[in-house]
Design a protein around this ligand. Structure first.
Ligand code: AGP
Length: 613
C-alpha cells in the first residue's frame, strides 16, 4: 500500500511532493523517496527509517534544485525486499536517466529479473518494482518514446500496479498507468498531477480524474492525455470531490474500519498474488525453510492472539484435512508457560498482524528454544517476529490502522490456507488437481467478499432490530466456530456488548442455561460438514425464546426457516468459507457500535499493537 505522488509544471516541486507524502502518511510506510528531472538528468533522494522517513527525506532534499520539469515521490510499504533505503523508490534504470515509482505487486518479477540480468542489466534492489524500469530502458534504447516504452513494458508484467515513470530525455513528461491498484490524476494552473489517492491532491486541485485499469496517462504541464495499452484515446472520468482532507484520508469513508473492510477484496487478492509457479505449483518465496526441512515435520503448532488466533483456528481445520498432520492452536500468552512438547520435527507458526505482539513473539522464542522450526505469518515486512523466525509468509493487506482487525484477519486466513496447500503439495497428501481446484476457488474469494460487502444494507436492517439487546451468543460448528468467535470478539471490542462465542455443540453442556427471551443468537449456518447438526443446535435455542440471526448460503431456505433474521452470503468451499462469512460479522459489530454511539476506530482500553504481557 505505497503512496504515490507526481507533478509536472510546478516551479518548486520538492515542497509539493513532501507535502503530499505527508498527506499520505496515514497509509503507513517504512521508507520514502523522490526523483525529478533537473538540467537533463535525474536527481534522486531516498530515506528509510519507518515513520521518520518522510522527515529524513525532507532533510535530504533541503537545498534540492528547482525547476518546472517532471517530479515523482513515493512512500513505500515493503512487500518484496526489506524496508531499506536501497529498496526505497524511485528506482532507476542502468543509465540513471529513467526513474519509476510503483504501488502493488509484480507477480512475474523473478522471471523478468533473470531475463534482464542475462541481457546485461544490473538490478540493484531486492524489489519486484525495479524490473519495470529496466524493461522501459530496453525499449527506449531501441528508439521508443517514454509512452511507447511504458506501454510495451506493461504488456509484459503480471500483477497489480499503479506506476509513474519519468525520463531525463522527456523532461516535462510523466507517464502513469494502473491495474487493480488506485491512481488519480489532477490538473491545476499549468500543472498536471497524479497520486495514489485523493488526499495527496486535494490541497492543490479539485479537478481530479480517475484512471481505469489498463489505462495509461501522459502528463505534461497543465495537460493530460489518457490512452489504453493499445494506444487508443480515452476520455478520463472526472471525479466529484465533496469531502475534506480528513475524510479523504479515510478514502471518503466515515472511519478507518469501514475503509479497511472495503479493502478486504484487495487484501485477499494481494495475499494470493504471486504464489503459483509456472506449472501451477505453489511457490512461497519468503518461506526460507527448505522443502527437505518441511518434509520432516510431524506436528504443527500455531500460536497467536485475538483475531489472529481465530484465523489460526480456521487453518487448523484446513491443514488437518489437507495435510493429515496434527495441528495444535494455542493462545500465545498460555503456550510458553505450559511446557509444550516440541522438537525439531515440529513446525511452530506464529500469526501476528503487527509482527510485534509480545505474547506471540515470546511464544515463538520459546518454540525456537525447544528446537522447533519457526515460521511467522505477518503483515509487516521485517517486523521483530519476521526477523526472528526461520521463515516468513507475508499477508499483503497493506497497513491496518483500525484497532479492530478486519482486512488483516481475512488475509491471515488466506495465507495460512496457502501454507496448508503448500505443505499438502510437499508431502503429497493431496493430488495436484485437488490443490488446483482449491486455489481456483480461492482466487474467486475477492469477488465473493465484494459481494458480501455490498450487502451491508441487509446487516444494517438486522442491527436496527437488535439495538435493545444486551446478550449475544455467537455459535458455529466446524470452520463456523472460529467465525463465531471472531463475530463475538468484534462485537465486544467496538460495540461493548456482552458476546459469547461457542461451538454450538457445546451449548448443551452449560451455556444453554443462559438462553432466554431477549438473548440474541447469531449462528453460522453456511453449509459446512456439520451444517445439519448446527441447525439442530439452533432449534434448541429457538425453542428457549432466543432471537435467532443466521448466516446462510444464498437461497438456503432450510436454514432460513430456523431464523428470525437471515444474513445471506455467497457460498464457496466450506474450508475457505470463513473468508466470506466473517464479513457480515464485522458489519454487524460495526453497525451496532455506530447505533450505540461508539467510534469503531477508537475502542476503549485497546491498543493496535500489544507489546506488554
Ligand atoms: C483484533 O480485532 C484485535 N484488535 C486483537 O485481538 C488482535 O488481533 C491481537 O491483539 C493480535 O494482534 P497481532 O495480530 O498484531 O498479533
Amino acid at each position: 500500500m505505497c503512496g504515490i505522488i507526481g507533478v509536472t509544471g510546478e516551479a518548486d516541486a520538492i515542497p509539493l511532493l513532501l507535502g503530499a507524502l505527508h498527506q499520505l502518511e496515514y497509509r503507513g510506510y517504512d521508507s520514502a523517496g523522490v526523483a525529478m528531472v533537473v538540467d537533463g538528468s535525474v536527481w534522486r533522494a531516498r530515506a528509510a527509517g519507518g515513520t521518520n522517513s518522510v522527515a529524513a527525506l525532507a532533510e535530504l532534499t533541503a537545498g534540492a534544485p528547482t525547476g518546472h520539469a517532471a517530479a515523482i515521490g513515493h512512500t513505500r510499504w515493503a512487500t518484496h525486499g526489506s524496508p531499506t533505503a536501497e529498496n526505497a523508490h524511485p528506482h532507476l534504470d542502468c543509465t540513471g536517466r529513467l526513474a519509476i515509482i510503483h504501488n502493488g505487486i509484480i507477480e512475474n518479477h523473478a522471471v523478468l529479473r533473470v531475463e534482464l540480468e542475462a541481457a546485461g542489466h544490473t538490478i540493484t534492489s531486492g524489489t519486484d518494482t525495479e524490473v519495470m524500469v529496466h524493461l522501459v530502458e530496453a525499449e527506449v534504447a531501441g528508439g521508443a518514446t517514454l509512452e511507447e516504452a511504458t506501454r510495451t513494458m506493461l504488456r509484459r508484467v503480471r500483477g497489480a500496479f499503479s506506476i509513474a515513470v519519468i525520463s531525463a530525455d522527456e523532461p516535462d513528461t510523466i507517464v502513469a498507468a494502473r491495474r487493480s491498484t488506485p491512481l488519480v490524476l489532477g490538473l491545476h494552473d499549468g500543472m498536471a498531477l497524479l497520486a495514489s489517492d485523493i488526499p495527496a491532491l486535494i490541497e492543490h486541485t479539485r479537478q481530479v480524474y480517475a484512471l481505469a485499469d489498463d489505462e495509461l496517462a501522459v502528463l505534461t504541464p497543465g495537460a493530460l492525455r489518457v490512452v489504453t495499452l493499445a494506444g487508443e484515446p480515452v476520455e478520463p472520468q472526472q471525479l466529484k470531490i465533496t469531502y475534506d482532507l480528513q475524510a479523504a484520508q479515510r478514502g471518503g469513508y466515515e472511519d478507518f474500519m469501514s475503509k479497511e473492510m472495503h479493502e478486504q477484496p484487495q487484501a485477499v487478492a494481494d495475499t494470493l498474488l504471486d504464489r503459483r509457479g509456472g506449472h501451477g505449483e505453489l511457490v512461497l518465496d519468503e518461506m526460507r525453510l527448505r522443502p527437505g526441512e518441511l518434509r520432516d515435520i510431524d506436528k504443527v503448532f500455531i500460536v497467536a492472539c485475538g483475531s489472529s488466533y481465530h484465523a489460526a483456528m480456521v487453518a487448523k481445520y484446513a491443514i488437518e484435512h489437507w495435510v493429515k498432520l496434527p495441528v495444535e492452536v494455542d493462545i500465545a500468552s498460555e503456550f510458553r508457560y505450559r511446557d509444550p512438547v516440541l522438537n525439531s520435527r515440529t513446525l511452530c507458526v506464529g500469526v501476528s498482524q503487527s509482527g510485534e505482539t509480545l505474547d506471540t513473539s515470546e511464544a515463538l522464542r520459546e518454540a525456537k528454544r525447544l528446537g522447533a522450526k519457526v515460521l511467522t505469518v505477518t503483515n509487516v515486512v521485517d517486523s521483530s517476529m519476521a526477523r526472528a523466525a526461520d521463515g516468513v509468509l507475508y499477508t499483503r493487506a497493506g497497513p491496518e490502522i483500525g484497532v479492530a482487525s478486519t482486512k488483516c484477519h481475512l488475509a491471515q486466513i488466506v495465507a495460512l490456507e496457502v501454507l496448508g496447500l503448500y505443505l499438502a503439495q510437499l508431502l503429497g497428501t493431496q493430488p495436484p488437481a485437488a490443490i488446483d481446484e482449491i486455489l481456483d476457488a480461492m482466487e474467486v474469494l475477492p469477488s465473493l467478499v465484494t459481494e458480501a460487502l455490498g450487502r451491508a444494507g441487509d446487516v444494517d436492517d438486522v442491527a436496527a432490530k437488535l439495538t435493545d439487546a444486551r446478550d449475544f451468543f455467537f455459535l458455529g460448528r466446524h470452520v463456523g466456530y472460529p467465525v463465531a468467535l471472531e463475530g463475538a470478539l468484534k462485537l465486544k471490542e467496538i460495540a461493548y456488548l456482552r458476546a459469547e462465542g461457542y461451538p454450538a455443540g457445546e451449548l448443551k453442556h452449560g451455556p444453554i442455561a443462559l438462553i432466554e427471551p431477549g438473548a440474541v443468537v447469531v449462528g453460522v449456518a453456511t453449509r459446512n460438514p456439520l451444517w445439519e447438526k448446527m441447525l439442530s443446535n439452533i432449534a434448541e435455542v429457538r425453542s428457549r425464546g432466543a432471537t435467532v440471526v443466521l448466516l446462510a448460503d444464498d437461497g438456503d431456505e432450510e436454514s432460513a426457516a430456523e431464523a428470525d433474521h437471515v444474513l445471506w452470503v455467497p457460498p464457496t468451499f466450506p474450508l475457505i468459507s470463513p473468508v466470506v462469512d466473517v464479513v457480515p460479522m464485522q458489519q454487524l459489530a460495526y453497525r451496532l457500535a455506530r447505533l450505540h454511539g461508539h467510534d469503531p476506530d477508537r475502542p476503549r482500553n485497546l491498543a493496535k499493537t500489544v507489546t506488554v504481557e
